[in-house]
Ligand binder design. Structure first.
Ligand code: ZN
Ligand code: MN
Length: 480
């Protein structure tokens, strides 16, 4: 174990899921569109235009602040952050500075060992995104589609202690943002971007030492590897007698190395001043109260409640609360099929999740409502259908959109038992496979299950497996 510990704070930029940009009427999302096609004079900062604030962006930011139990400012201001960069057409970014939308608050970070760490949130503010530069054919090109996309910048205190914790924080933040429908939080599409401030100190010491800022760490894996690399580099510096300089570093994802971008700029370099073209954000108390009152139960609380109320293992509750609509699907199905929530959970974790992942759907989009899952389980319990048919019903009713009971009747899916039909299927299986029948009789009794499989296949899953096995055993002993 190292004598040093890492002291990490994360600064995340979150793209809000709104219809339009933060100060103009252009669509907020232009993923995959040709460069410079989703722009207007306002987001390009042409002379003489005036920004107008998007109410939906404020609402989503307040919802996030409420979930973090931050203090929401009744009055907050926009400020100009001045810097020169080709993708910033105005020469400044409209952001917030000394009076942000919210301060304080904490992020409850559950670690894999069930310990919950409390990560302080220093501030949360609204700002506009800048454009993008791209190298094509040896030249630098500018795409302004992203100019003016609404962002929340959220800054944690220096409370994370390892690269793993930082990665875990991002995973949980992504879950929360989707849970609250604040952002799609897709890191590949840069909806969630992260800068990491890293310093080291002797383990257990309260000191805060000079930190470096790592820019451009835009996947969970990159956060983990870039922080590990920087932690190791700082230890080497200090142990060789040098000191850590307050640099800004860039993570080169492809090469897997950190590069020095610049000496870190101080806040003074940005010459912040209040934005004269926008009024302050004044939140009416009633409006904020309304948002607070409609704050949904958060993932961690719901996980705890599923364990408590339905007696599920933590493992199940964890998977069911990965996504809000999945947890709602579970609760609706458990209500429609009372008495055995664990069985409902098993079916969701095995059958439903497989379908969702195969098709890239969320539970809310699934055309197999919770009451159909409950109905399927009841059909199995009543002996109307086999387990195999029950499993296939999910897939089939996705195609047809019909209720399970209706499909069983319409497609003749009721299980075959105690009938001449089952006997005929068994005899067929034996007669068409004389070699296996021979081997079974010579003592290779494990082949019985293989024959059951043949009959199940021939009956398209409708044969009752127990009766089939008994019947086959009987017939294999007598029929020759
Ligand atoms: Zn625009
Ligand atoms: Mn920012």
């Amino acid at each position: 174990m190292s004598d040093y510990e890492a002291v990490i704070g994360l600064e995340t930029h979150i793209q809000l899921r709104t219809a339009s940009k933060i100060f103009c009427r252009c669509r907020a999302d232009s993923w995959g569109e040709p460069p410079n096609t989703n722009i207007c004079p306002i987001c390009c900062g042409l002379p003489g235009v005036l920004p107008a604030l998007n109410r939906a962006a404020v609402e989503k930011a307040v919802r996030l602040a409420a979930a973090l139990q931050a203090q929401i400012s009744e009055l907050s201001y926009f400020a100009r952050k001045n810097y020169f960069y080709p993708d910033l057409p105005k020469g400044y970014q409209i952001s917030q500075y000394d009076e942000p939308l919210a301060r304080g608050g904490q992020f409850e970070l559950p670690m894999p060992d069930q310990v919950v760490r409390h990560i302080s949130i220093q501030k949360l503010h609204l700002e506009e995104d800048a454009g993008k530069t791209r190298m094509v054919g040896g030249r630098r090109w500018i795409d302004m589609n992203r100019c003016g996309v609404p962002l929340v910048e959220m800054v944690t205190g220096p409370d994370l202690r390892s690269a793993d914790e930082a990665a875990q924080y991002l995973i949980r933040l992504r879950q929360l943002l989707r849970w609250l429908d604040i952002s799609e939080a897709n890191m590949e599409r840069a909806h969630l971007r992260c800068d990491a401030n890293v310093s080291i100190r002797p383990r257990g010491s309260p000191a805060l030492n000079p930190k470096t800022e790592i820019k451009n760490v835009n996947s969970i894996e990159a956060v983990r590897t870039a922080i590990e690399a920087e932690f190791a580099r700082q230890i080497r510096e200090v142990e060789s007698g040098a000191s850590v300089k307050a640099w800004t570093l860039e993570w080169d994802e492809e090469a897997g190395v950190l590069r020095k971008m610049r000496e870190k700029e101080s806040e003074g370099d940005y010459r912040y001043f209040r934005e004269p073209d926008l009024l302050p954000i004044r939140l009416e108390a009633g409006w904020t109260d309304e948002i607070l009152a409609h704050s949904p139960e958060l993932p961690l609380a719901r996980r705890g409640r599923l364990v408590e109320q339905y007696h599920l293992p933590v493992y199940d509750a964890e998977i069911l609360t990965e996504e809000r609509s999945l947890s709602e699907y579970f609760e609706a199905a458990a209500r429609a099929y009372p008495g055995d929530p664990k069985r409902v959970s098993n079916w969701i974790m095995n059958e439903v999740l497989r379908i969702l992942r195969d098709r890239g759907l969320t539970a809310a989009e699934l055309k197999f409502p919770p009451r159909h899952l409950a109905e399927t389980l009841q059909l199995i319990d009543q002996g109307t259908i086999t387990l195999a048919t029950g499993k296939s019903l999910l897939e089939r009713s996705l195609e047809s959109g019909r209720a399970p009971r209706e499909m069983v009747e319409a497609e003749g899916l009721a299980q075959i038992r105690g009938s001449q039909e089952l006997r005929t299927l068994c005899l067929q299986a034996i007669r068409t496979n004389p070699d296996q029948a021979q081997q079974y009789r010579a003592g290779k009794t494990a082949l019985l299950q293989w024959f059951v499989g043949q009959v199940m296949r021939a009956s398209r899953g409708k044969a009752n497996p127990q009766e089939t096995a008994a019947l086959l055993q009987d017939l294999l002993g007598t029929e020759r």
